[in-house]
Design a protein around this ligand. Structure first.
Ligand code: 3PG
Length: 307
């Protein structure tokens, strides 16, 4: 059995070593395709793979067609919007993610972006503090919970809204649950996004929500670029010169944001929320273990597509 790790954005070496150990201990062979750039290289590499470990690498019908022996794809991470689930089901391929494994890393980066924004991008001028500010956590999943935990240390006043998580579960974590996204944005000085990119959430963060934020509002995105309505956010930031946007996922309109809003906008050059040795080890080894469990015992825990 051949297990292919196909990561255009590579894992830390220590994580690859850990994945190799798991795969070889199970008697399988590990193949590595890193920083491949072109899809053609991925199509070639998947041809004889039985299992695939990926990150944000796009697995569409063309890749699945080329992967004649493929039985399972594990997205080492949380969001699986990069995998065509219906095509995988049609090809008889099981798709899994590794929920929770990289969530602390993403949550820590959200605070890195928040501090950078309130300290005026470290430009030497007098900034503000996070302590005492109202933080809105938009979606209370694994990353949102870690954000809440860290925010307590900062002394923030913490609110959350999650369309799918009961208010009681949010409040059990010592966080104030609000009734709607509208209420969250109207209440909070800082909103941190932790929603997945789905048909419902794509383009959902725009004028209707962000315009409700109080003066000096800060929007932090460590989720997905697709959830932002970029046109509306640009228009709004032109009107509201107090608003700031910090993102770990470069917008399609990065150059417009950067040229129009110096000092109020920052994007990392490449999504790096989960780019830590610890997150790579946690997610990568979990992915390897899930593949071994699936191939040896038929374990389908964490399957995300239909059969
Ligand atoms: C995730 O969905 O797990 C994060 O966005 C991390 O993505 P990455 O593996 O591409 O860094």
């Amino acid at each position: 059995m051949k297990i292919l790790v196909a990561t255009d954005k590579p894992f830390a070496k220590v994580a690859v070593d850990g994945i190799r150990k798991e795969i070889e201990a199970a008697g399988y062979e590990l193949a590595l395709l890193e920083t491949y750039g072109e899809k053609a290289k991925l199509l070639e590499a998947v041809a004889d793979a039985d299992a695939l470990i990926i990150r944000s690498d796009v697995i569409d019908a063309e890749v699945l067609d080329a992967a004649k022996q493929l039985k399972i794809v594990v997205r080492a991470g949380a969001g699986y919007d990069n995998v065509d689930l219906e095509a995988a089901t049609a090809h008889g391929v099981c798709v899994m993610n590794t929920p929770g494994q990289n969530s602390n890393a993403v949550a820590e980066l959200a605070f890195g972006l928040m501090v950078m924004a309130v300290r005026n991008m470290y430009n030497g001028t007098s900034g503000t503090e996070l302590k005492g500010k109202k933080l809105g956590i938009h979606a209370f999943g694994n990353v949102g919970r870690n954000v809440a935990r860290i925010a307590k240390g900062f002394g923030m006043d913490i609110y959350a809204y999650d369309a799918f998580c009961p208010k009681e579960a949010i409040e059990a974590d010592g966080v104030k649950a609000v009734d709607s996204a509208e209420e969250l944005y109207a209440t909070c000085d800082v909103v941190s996004l932790h929603i997945p990119a789905t048909a419902e959430t794509k383009n959902s963060i725009g004028r209707a929500l962000v315009s409700r934020m109080p003066k000096g509002g800060l929007l932090v995105n460590t989720a997905r670029k697709e959830v932002i309505n970029e046109t509306e956010l640009i228009e709004l930031m032109e009107e509201r010169t107090d608003l700031k946007y910090m993102t770990d996922i470069m917008p399609a309109a990065n150059e417009t944001f950067a040229s129009k809003f110096p000092g109020r906008y920052f994007s990392t050059p490449k999504k790096m929320g989960a780019q830590t040795a610890e997150a790579n080890i946690n997610a990568g080894i979990a992915a390897a273990k899930q593949i071994v469990g699936f191939l040896k015992d038929g374990c389908e825990k964490f399957r995300v597509n239909k059969k």
